[in-house]
Design a binder for this molecule. Structure first.
Ligand SMILES: [Zn+2]
Length: 361
């Protein structure tokens, strides 16, 4: 007893890990959304959060399926991932009495719902119509703010219903970006290990395993992932979902977000709306892998196989834009220690890495 109580008083670490309870992935799986809601014994009043394109792609069908099964579904059309828009979802849910949310859309609709359902303390189901990044399964939301992009703590989806047929009809560029986002886990993990060694930062080998599994699966299949085939969506979606889940295990975005993400965030601040998040992270991963003295050519080849951008021109940026973002990257999230260190890169160093990796000509 004495030993037990001494032990209890010395050891007081604890942390919860929240996972999605049900992940459905496959052709024509959308019809099973009703069964998922029934299994969870959701109350009969819910809300669909969607956007114009994504409502036409899947939201309308979800509403019909749910209403045929006796659910009352309010539709909330929304836009960009801003806190003003998540507040509107919260107000609407209070007004309509919605007790759960079905997020039907790409990244921003799901991010908005994650924030709103956390505040509302009600569950939500992620129903992606595209997969441009690994946030469809994670408990973190990428939000736009006046100060640039922020990663906010949010609700993990209770279930994911990913219909490969619907996702295959979204522009291929989005899926290629999602794959590039997951490939960039390679440098995120190297940065995390660096932070563990140099800064004694908490590290999770199980999160590392899932993050690496995701990146390696995409790289191994990179020659087979292309536009116009539903099989490509099938191959890519599982690692994209697992990548998001690695963040739940870590309790942070560390296993999927390192210096390459800092580079992408810097581009979002300096040149918002030019390229997609995953596309920028992919190009960032080429350069950060070079700095880590790793196999950056392998990263580049995989991105090229998939048809994701590998240089400034393909991102729609000038050479100087890349150098600007490289020199600013270490300032974006000061607490996130990476290969860029506290000092970052000066212009000469930035130009050298971008040129050596063929990101600039
Ligand atoms: Zn990302």
């Amino acid at each position: 007893m004495l030993i037990g109580s001494a032990y209890m008083s010395d050891f007081n670490k604890s942390r919860g890990v929240v996972f999605p309870r049900n992940v459905l992935l496959g052709h024509g799986i959308l019809g099973q959304v009703v069964g998922v809601c029934d299994d969870f014994r959701f109350p009969k009043t819910g809300m669909i959060v969607s956007g114009d394109t994504t409502y036409a792609a899947a939201g309308k069908d979800v509403k019909e399926l749910m209403e045929d099964a006796g659910y009352e579904m309010h539709v909330h059309m929304t836009g960009a991932a801003t806190f003003a828009n998540s507040d509107k979802i919260i107000d609407d849910a209070h007004e309509t009495g919605a007790k759960f949310i079905l997020a039907v859309g790409g990244g921003s609709k799901i991010d908005l719902t994650k924030i709103a359902s956390k505040e509302l303390k009600i569950p939500f189901i992620s129903i992606p119509t595209s997969a441009a990044h690994d946030g469809i399964s994670s408990g973190r939301a990428s939000m736009k703010s006046d100060l640039g992009p922020v990663s906010a703590d949010a609700m993990v989806p209770m279930a994911i219903v990913a219909d490969t047929h619907i996702i295959s009809r979204s522009p291929y560029r989005l899926l290629a970006s999602g794959c590039a986002d997951v490939i960039s886990n390679l440098t995120a993990i190297l940065d995390w290990k660096l932070a563990k060694n140099n800064r004694n930062e908490a590290y999770s080998r199980s999160a590392e395993a899932l993050s690496m599994y995701s990146a390696e699966t995409i790289i191994d299949h990179s020659k087979f992932i292309r536009g116009g085939t539903e099989e490509s969506v099938w191959v890519a979606m599982r690692p994209i979902i697992v990548s998001g889940i690695s963040m739940s295990i870590a309790g942070s975005s560390r296993p999927t977000s390192g210096s390459e993400h800092l580079f992408s965030h810097a581009l979002d601040i300096l040149h918002p709306g030019t390229a997609l998040h995953g596309e920028q992270c992919g190009v960032g991963a080429i350069m950060m892998m070079y700095l880590h003295k790793g196999d950056w050519m392998m990263v580049r080849d995989a991105l090229e196989n998939i048809g994701a951008p590998v240089n400034a021109e393909q991102l729609g940026l000038n050479d100087s834009d890349i150098i600007d973002a490289l020199t600013e990257a270490h300032n974006v999230r000061k607490e996130r220690y990476t290969i860029l260190g506290d000092r970052g890169l000066d212009r000469k160093e930035a130009e050298a890495v971008a040129r050596a990796t063929m990101v600039i000509g």
